[in-house]
Design a binder for this molecule. Structure first.
Ligand code: G3P
Length: 504
């Protein structure tokens, strides 16, 4: 019997999901698990690589159980993941050398500042497409080499392997120390700040400037090819791992943004807008990142993208729930924010992990500006939602300036987009329509498509059909005047200025 599914593993910042997609690109079974976050010091965020691996395996088995599927029913596995989060492991034992440093962790701010002091924030931008920031994997690797004796020793002895989350999962599933492959895909590799964005190879000069041994880095492969077969998990034994992409790149593909000028904005822990720029790696002068869109096969051309990354979006809502306790579940934020007409003069800049695009200020910290004794939890909820919308407008403006394109609407997906109040606020502050995708699983679908293409489960020519069948949009039209929008944006810009220089 021919296989009926592709298995997509979506390993995100706060949870792992596994979804089985059928031939029509429809999700047939899903299993999700949250996993522990570790905050050992203020500004630090860590994940346990073994807990992540376990969640990926258990979610895969859980999804298979739901539809009574065995490994024989699966054509291939696609992996999509939180990007930049960095794992170091020992080649000899296959075990992690320390916990993974998560993408929004701020411990590397001194490392980033030292790198910046030597040649400016944009010293690697021409080669890598990225500014110096705590965000990217190379800075985390450097911090590990300088601060974790086990990593330094393993590197000196040629035993250290570095990788992002997909790299770690592929290595472990394909056998770990017993023949596991050490690879990364080109989209994840484009977030290390070590890859030459034009040649898609590790840039030896940048690696040596940061003191990162090229031998510790994974081999860069395309997003759609067989990297290896599972050999360490009986329930998945022999299955081809046939696709991998960073989560935002997978969402670009899963959204069907295959033409130049198409874009998507995903609201998750952070908020990430990617614009397809085709075969050109467009340099940014307005604080965006030049990154890989996707490469659907080793012989295929690379499609590039411009990206605006926002560190805190859904995370702000979690903060209201977990740290302030003013809501008991994330969905309450919409109800409370809807009880007031505006924020009562309050503006929240959620620079909890500094500010990413377009500012790239690791020294920024969150501020709440304009509170009076009138300020209530309802105002705080509304200001939290508004802050996400303001940040997305900053990105959209930078995209227009960098490309000169007339972008007419914003296509959105991700957890926070269930919030209709936020979607309307977004359209109003943006001054253009917001199109909410009906496709809940764009990220996982992107991984399934990449994995299915390389094993012949999907054909390239039907990819657009699959996306169209699965998709469609709900429209939120903008209802504000340009003058009202200018006033709102000025309030936001003033508040952002106040968030700078607050880190010691
Ligand atoms: O760059 C970080 C990003 O990939 C994380 O995505 O969905 O886990 O917030 P998410």
């Amino acid at each position: 019997m021919a296989p009926s599914y592709v298995l997509a593993i979506d390993q995100g910042t706060t949870s792992t999901r596994a979804i089985l997609f059928d031939k029509d690109g429809q999700p047939r079974a899903m299993e999700q698990q949250e996993f522990p976050q570790y905050y050992p010091q203020p500004g630090w965020t860590e994940h346990d690589p073994l807990e992540i691996l376990r969640s990926a395996i258990e979610c895969s088995e859980g999804a298979m159980k739901k539809v009574g599927a065995s490994k024989d029913d699966i054509a291939g596995i696609g992996i999509t993941n939180q990007r930049e989060t960095t794992v170091a492991w020992d080649k000899g034992t296959g075990e992690p050398l320390c916990r993974a440093i998560v993408w929004l962790d701020l411990r590397t701010s001194d490392t980033a500042a030292q790198l910046e002091a030597k040649g400016g924030k944009d010293r690697f931008r021409k080669k890598t497409g990225l500014p110096v920031s705590t965000y990217f994997s190379a800075v985390k690797m450097k911090w590990m080499l300088d601060n974790v004796p086990e990593v330094r020793k393993a590197a000196d002895e040629g035993r250290c392997c570095f990788g992002t989350i997909e790299s770690w999962i592929i290595y472990k599933l394909t056998g770990g120390p017993n023949g596991g492959v050490h690879v990364t895909d080109v989209s994840n590799a484009s977030r290390y700040m070590l890859m030459n964005i034009n040649s898609c190879t590790w840039d030896e000069a940048v690696c040596s400037e940061l003191g990162i041994p090229v031998t510790a880095l994974p081999t860069i492969r395309s997003n759609s090819e067989v990297y290896g077969k599972v050999s360490s998990v009986p329930s998945l034994q022999g299955l081809a791992i046939s696709g991998a992409l960073g989560d935002q790149h997978a969402a670009l593909l899963g959204h069907g943004c295959l033409d130049v000028g198409t874009s998507k904005n995903t609201y998750g822990t952070g908020c990430f807008m990617l614009l397809n720029t085709g075969g050109d790696a467009v340099p940014s002068k307005h604080g965006l990142l030049t990154t890989i869109g996707y490469q659907l096969g080793p012989e295929e051309k690379v499609t590039y993208a411009l990206e605006g990354s926002v560190a805190c979006a859904g995370r702000v809502v979690q903060w209201l729930r977990d740290n302030l306790g003013i809501i008991s579940s994330s969905k309450d934020v919409e109800t409370l924010a809807g009880k007031v007409e505006d924020t009562g003069g309050l503006t929240l800049v959620p620079a909890f992990s500094g500010l990413f695009a377009p500012h790239w200020r690791d020294d920024a910290r969150a501020v709440a500006v304009g509170m009076t004794l009138f300020t209530s939890k309802e105002h705080m909820c509304r200001a939290a939602l508004e802050s996400t919308a303001f940040q997305a407008v900053d990105i959209m403006e930078a995209m227009k300036q960098d490309t000169g394109l007339r972008l007419r609407d914003m296509r959105v997906d991700g957890g926070m987009t269930v919030n209709s109040l936020l979607m309307q606020m977004q359209a109003d502050i943006l001054g253009m329509s917001v199109l909410r995708s009906k496709l809940a699983e764009a990220t996982a679908l992107g991984a399934a498509l990449a994995a299915g293409l390389s094993v012949g489960f999907y054909e390239k020519k039907v990819v657009k059909d699959i996306i169209e069948k699965a998709g469609g949009y709900e429209v939120f039209p903008s209802s504000t005047t340009p003058a009202a929008r200018r006033k709102m944006m000025q309030r936001w810009k003033d508040a952002v200025e106040r968030s700078f220089d607050l880190a010691k």
